[in-house]
Write a protein that binds this ligand. Structure first.
Ligand code: ATP
Ligand code: MG
Length: 278
């Protein structure tokens, strides 16, 4: 595996702004990907990186370095903030996310890229069944048996079926926080997206729920390409095969997780992973 050395420097050291790791199939590739918020705030700067299919890749870095911007940019949720883009975000079918029209964007978010936020987001007033089924409804799937079967399969994959099989008609907001987060994962995977984006999915959870979700992430990578944002260095090492370190919107270092953590090549990475700054 190699990482092509990159343009630019940070604190006088070369950064790996381009990180084309050599692995098999890629589910996603960004080329010179930049995101700018209104007012000129740079969220991401020329990030070029491939993401290995059916693997977990962790994105780490200090607060404000662009981790969430990267995830939201990949499914163009950053459109909502009026962001402008540079570069390309290429899916496995060759489509450039940055060029999709409104209709294709709906399909992208509904079918190809699932997204789970930091805080669980159950829909208020919806039952567990209705909540998980929401993306199906949006795509016009109405048949009750089909909906039930798909919801059940998604809840099983999200390791929540046993706890909810008798509570499908209860409000989703009545579940515990840990269960709500697994419900959000079930909702995000119900249309079998190729890519699953998880933005600090365990940050509001207790240790037991965190452990459950970490095991789940590893399982989910069998069927999805998982990109996981985390502030938890141990979590990245437990679940991610690859890790990317961002700093001030720039990709500083990207590689196999054990290599990045045991032998970081950039002093900023070294300082960050030992907690010198956060
Ligand atoms: N809606 C917004 N409008 C303007 N600037 C924003 C907006 N959201 C994020 N930013 C800016 O973009 C940069 C990257 O923010 P981002 O939220 O991606 O960081 P992050 O790495 O996810 O941080 P955290 O670890 O705190 O979640 C920061 O400078 C941030 O202030
Ligand atoms: Mg964030």
């Amino acid at each position: 595996m190699t990482a092509r050395a990159a343009p630019g420097t940070l604190d006088g050291h070369t950064t790996r702004g381009e990180a084309m790791l050599e692995f098999g199939k890629k589910a996603l590739e960004t080329i010179g990907f930049g995101v700018r918020y209104p007012g000129g705030v740079v969220g991401l700067r020329e990030v070029s990186a491939g993401f290995a299919a059916n693997r977990v890749t962790a994105i780490i870095g200090p607060s404000g370095c662009g981790k969430s911007t990267f995830l939201r940019g990949v499914n163009r949720l950053t459109d909502e903030f009026g962001c402008e883009y540079e570069g390309r975000v290429i899916l496995s079918d060759g489509a450039d996310v940055l060029k999709l029209n409104a209709y294709d964007l709906c399909l992208l978010r509904g079918e190809k890229v699932g997204y789970v936020t930091q805080k669980p987001t159950p829909f208020s007033g919806k039952t567990v069944l209705q909540d998980v089924a929401m993306p199906l409804k949006a795509l016009g799937v109405r048949d009750r048996d089909v909906v039930y079967g798909r919801v059940r399969a998604a809840l099983e994959k999200a390791a929540l079926w046993d706890e909810t099989r008798d509570r499908l008609d209860h409000l989703s907001t009545s579940l515990s926080i840990g269960q709500q987060q697994r419900l959000c994962i079930a909702r995000a995977i119900i249309n079998a997206p190729e890519i699953l984006l998880l933005d600090e999915p365990c940050s509001s959870l207790d240790p037991r729920s965190t452990q459950l979700i970490e095991s789940l992430i590893v399982e989910l990578a069998r069927e999805h390409t998982v990109i996981l944002v985390t502030h938890n260095m141990q979590q990245a090492q437990r679940v991610a095969e690859y890790t990317m370190f961002l700093y001030e919107g720039t990709l500083v270092e990207y590689g196999l997780t054990p290599v990045l953590f045991s032998n970081p090549s950039h002093p900023l990475t070294a300082d960050y992973i030992i907690g010198k700054f956060s």
